[in-house]
Write a protein that binds this ligand. Structure first.
Ligand code: ADP
Ligand code: MG
Length: 398
C-alpha cells in the first residue's frame, strides 16, 4: 500500500479511534441512514459491501442457487405498480399494453464496475437505486412517464446472493418511488466485476414528447435543482477512500452538510416531479435534456441539435452554499463544478418567453439564460459582467 501524498484535498483533521471500538457513524442518504465505517472497517477498502455481507450476514453462494434460483429470488419480491404490465418476469418476454395514442420511449444504460461505479464506497442498494434513477431521468428528459424497467446483470462468484438481494432492494425501492415495474432482464456470469444494464420504458402522447432539437431563439433556459453537488460528493468519497487506504484506522469524517453532497452522488433522483409540475402548469418546453455530463456539455448538445446559440449568466446558475464550501476545500471553482461536474440528473429545458411568469413561480427551477441564434455562439456572462466563451468538458470515459 502506498501512502498518498498529502495534498490540499486529503489534508484534514481526522479522529483516530482504536480498532474494534470504532463507533458506528451514520449519515442520512435521503430518508435512510447508511453506515459507512462498518464497511470501511472490514478487511481493507475493496468490495466492502461484499465483505460485509460475507462476514456479518452469512453468505449464500450464487453457484448453490444457479441462474434460475437467482431469478426466482429476484422475482419473488417484485411488486406491480403499472396497469400496462400484462406479463412481467417469468415468461420468455414481457407483455406491455400501453394506452392507445401514446408512443413508447426506450432508453438504456450500461454500468461497469471500476468504470462507472466503485464498490468501495457505493453501498449496493444505492447502486441499484441510482442505476434505475439515472435511466428514468432519460425518460423524464423526454417529458415522458416512465413505466417499466429491465435489468440485466453479469455477476462473478465474488458476489453472494445477499449482495444481489441488496442491489435489488435498491432497484425495488426506486421502482416503488417512481411507480415503475421491474418487467424482466437477463442474468449471466462474469469473470471479474459486476456489470449492470438497465433499460427504461416510458410513454407519452406524441405532441407532448420534448426533444433536444426544439430550442427556439428567444427561449428562456431553465434548470431544475442545483448543480455541482454530486461532483463534490464524488470528490469527498474519493478523498475518504484515499485516507482510508493510507491508514485503515482513519475513519471517514462526514459532516451533516457533506451528507447532502454524498446523497447527490450516491442516491440521485430522476426529476419526474418536474415533468408532472410542467404538465400541471400547462407548460410544454420547446426542448429538454437531463444534466448527466455537466451543464456546459448539455447546453452544447441543445445548441447543436437545435441549431442555436446560448447566453448563460453565472449569477443565475444554481449552486448550493454547501457545494461552494466543499469546492473551496478542494481548491476547485464552484462554477467549474456546476458547468463540468456532471451526474446532477437535473432537467435543463427551454420555454418560450411567454411562459416567464409560470416558470418564475416554479420553486425548484432557475432561469439561467436565453437562447440566441447560432451566430452568437455560446457565451457565459460572468458576475463581473464580462462575457466569455462557454467551454464544454464533460466526462471523458476513454
Ligand atoms: P430466457 O432464457 O428466455 O432468456 P431467462 O431464464 O433469462 O429467460 O429469464 C426468465 C425470466 O426472468 C424472464 O422473464 C426474464 O425477463 C427474467 N429475468 C432474468 N434475469 C433477470 C434479472 N436480472 N432481473 C429481472 N428479471 C430477470
Ligand atoms: Mg435470458
Amino acid at each position: 500500500m502506498t501512502f498518498p501524498k498529502k495534498t490540499e484535498s486529503n489534508q484534514r483533521t481526522v479522529s483516530r479511534a482504536g480498532r474494534g471500538q470504532v463507533p458506528d457513524f451514520t449519515f442520512p442518504i435521503g430518508n435512510e441512514s447508511v453506515i459507512l465505517p462498518a464497511h470501511y472497517r472490514i478487511k481493507g477498502i475493496n468490495y466492502l459491501i461484499f465483505n460485509l455481507l460475507m462476514e456479518n450476514q452469512g453468505r449464500t453462494e450464487l453457484s448453490s442457487l444457479g441462474e434460475f434460483g437467482i431469478i426466482n429470488r429476484i422475482a419473488s419480491k417484485t411488486e406491480k405498480y403499472q396497469e400496462s404490465t400484462r406479463t412481467g418476469i417469468g415468461d420468455d418476454a414481457a407483455v406491455l399494453a400501453y394506452p392507445a395514442g401514446e408512443e413508447v420511449l426506450v432508453s438504456t444504460d450500461l454500468l461497469a464496475e471500476g468504470v462507472h461505479f466503485d464498490l468501495s464506497y457505493t453501498p449496493l442498494h444505492l447502486l441499484g437505486y441510482k442505476a434505475v434513477a439515472v435511466n428514468l431521468s432519460d425518460i423524464a428528459a423526454m417529458n415522458a412517464v416512465p413505466r417499466q424497467i429491465l435489468v440485466s446483470l453479469a455477476l462473478s462468484n465474488r458476489f453472494s446472493m445477499e449482495a444481489i438481494e441488496a442491489l435489488y432492494d435498491g432497484i425495488r425501492q426506486a421502482c416503488k418511488e417512481y411507480h415503475v415495474d421491474l418487467a424482466g432482464g437477463d442474468t449471466t456470469s462474469s469473470q471479474s466485476g459486476l456489470v449492470l444494464s438497465v433499460t427504461a420504458l416510458g410513454t407519452q402522447k406524441p405532441d407532448l414528447i420534448v426533444n433536444r432539437s426544439g430550442a427556439r431563439v428567444g427561449d428562456l433556459i431553465c434548470v431544475s435543482g442545483d448543480l455541482g453537488s454530486a461532483y463534490m460528493g464524488l470528490q469527498i468519497l474519493r478523498r475518504e477512500k484515499k485516507v482510508f487506504e493510507a491508514d485503515p484506522d482513519m475513519q471517514p469524517e462526514i459532516s451533516d452538510e457533506q451528507a447532502y453532497l454524498l446523497q447527490r452522488q450516491l442516491k440521485p433522483e430522476a426529476r419526474t416531479d418536474i415533468v408532472y409540475e410542467l404538465a400541471e402548469k400547462n407548460i410544454l418546453p420547446n426542448s429538454m435534456i437531463d444534466v448527466s455530463d455537466g451543464l456546459a456539455s448539455e447546453l452544447f448538445h441543445l445548441c447543436s441539435k437545435s441549431g442555436v446559440g446560448v447566453q448563460i449568466f453565472e449569477d443565475k446558475i444554481p449552486v448550493e452554499n454547501l457545494t461552494k464550501l466543499a469546492a473551496s476545500d478542494f481548491g476547485l471553482s464552484p462554477l467549474t463544478c456546476a458547468l463540468n461536474g456532471g451526474e446532477d440528473y437535473e432537467l435543463l429545458f427551454t420555454v418560450p418567453l411567454s411562459e416567464f411568469d409560470k416558470v418564475a413561480k416554479m420553486p425548484d427551477v432557475s432561469i439561467i439564460g436565453v437562447v440566441k441564434n447560432a451566430d452568437y455562439g455560446k457565451k457565459l456572462v460572468l458576475k463581473s459582467g464580462q462575457e466569455t466563451e462557454l467551454k464544454a468538458q464533460g466526462w471523458v470515459h476513454f
